[in-house]
Write a protein that binds this ligand. Structure first.
Ligand SMILES: [Zn+2]
Length: 342
């Protein structure tokens, strides 16, 4: 009995600090089932709302209530624009979310921009920037209005950062604007195809119209927030519609300049996890710097008999994803020492 365990440490390591919910690619539309572009996956447009209702019922019943839910984007399907049901469908989904007892943070994906302009989204209920955390002494950690990103602290020493993966994009911006011209130039430089949604023959297949990227301005801001979190010895969870790590995603689904985002993240030791949607089959990988990349399985391609959402439980030494249905359980340990040298 000489090596008596330190009871403080023992308690810390087993204690659950807080939890949050995750859900991706609901893509609701009041339509019969269809198929994805390749015709290989069935899409349950109407049933996706039932999946969301089921997820909300589960989160509301959890023994320790999640502090919030992260909605990873593509909340309604682009087909709504065609049928002129965008506002109606958004209303239906947002009314469903009202049953949830905790706040939801909404990320914006390509389907948001198929339905709405960026200006419309900024004024809509999908803008949850009011839930952000203001660090008064550090104005450089306050995001600019030029992109939709913010950070918040749901639990002491845990900072969440929501990123705008369509900050650089030809979707949702006025075609006469300089921003559109700049983004179209980037896209065409990397994609010579007539159909810009096609990755055919591309050495960097992520350069398609349905993806986007992060501006240098947003990356500089991310860098400032991560520097602040490093100094404060916080752990950081990042959320974006688009994945940024090739080993955890279909290459055609990555953010245009995913390498730039990774370079910023890897130059700090605070980031423990990166959550994204968009790649409906899901994916996971821990990178060499100990960042866990979780790309969540999409609700839209989930059969009625199954489910697709999760609850993440946070512990002092790890995060545990409790998946439902298609979403697998995962234990994600924090790396003790993170390499900072490039
Ligand atoms: Zn998407």
């Amino acid at each position: 009995m000489a090596d008596k365990a330190n009871p403080g440490t023992l308690t810390d390591n087993s204690e659950r600090l807080f939890s949050f919910g995750v859900i991706a690619d609901i893509q609701y539309a009041d339509l019969e089932d269809g198929y994805n572009f390749q015709g290989s996956r069935r899409r349950y447009y109407r049933h996706s709302l039932v999946h969301l209702q089921g997820a909300i019922e589960d989160w509301n019943k959890e023994s320790s209530m999640p502090c919030c839910v992260l909605q990873l984007g593509d909340i309604i399907d682009g087909f709504n624009a065609q049928y002129k049901t965008s506002e109606e469908s958004l209303e239906v989904v947002m009314n469903t979310f009202k049953m949830l007892k905790v706040p939801v943070h909404h990320t914006w994906g390509n389907h948001e921009f198929y339905n709405f302009s960026r200006d419309y989204l900024t004024r809509s209920k999908l803008n949850t920037r009011f839930l952000e955390d203001r660090i008064i002494d550090h104005p450089e950690t306050i995001p600019s209005e030029n992109y939709y990103a913010y950070h918040f602290v749901p639990f002491p020493k845990f900072r969440f950062i929501l990123l705008d993966a369509y900050d650089l994009s030809v979707l949702g911006v006025d075609q006469s604007s300089p921003k559109y011209q700049q983004c179209m130039k980037i896209l065409r430089e990397h994609n010579p195809n007539t159909e810009l949604n096609s990755p055919q023959g591309l050495s960097e297949p992520q350069f398609v119209q349905f993806n986007g990227g992060f501006s240098q301005e947003q990356l500089n801001w991310l860098n400032e927030v991560l520097a602040f979190s490093d100094t404060n010895q916080e752990k950081v969870v990042i959320v974006s519609h688009l994945p940024i790590y090739p080993e955890a995603s279909d290459n055609v689904c990555l953010a245009w300049n995913y390498r730039d985002a990774l370079a910023v993240i890897w130059s700090h030791k605070c980031v423990v996890c990166f959550f994204a949607g968009h790649t409906h089959d899901g994916g996971y990988c821990e990178d060499h710097f100990g960042v866990h990349h979780v790309n969540l399985e999409g609700v839209i391609e989930t059969a009625p008999v199954s489910q697709a959402f999760g609850t993440v439980h946070i512990y002092p030494d790890k995060m545990v994803l409790k998946g439902r249905g298609r979403v697998p359980d995962r234990i994600m340990n924090y790396k003790k020492e993170k390499a900072l040298n490039f």
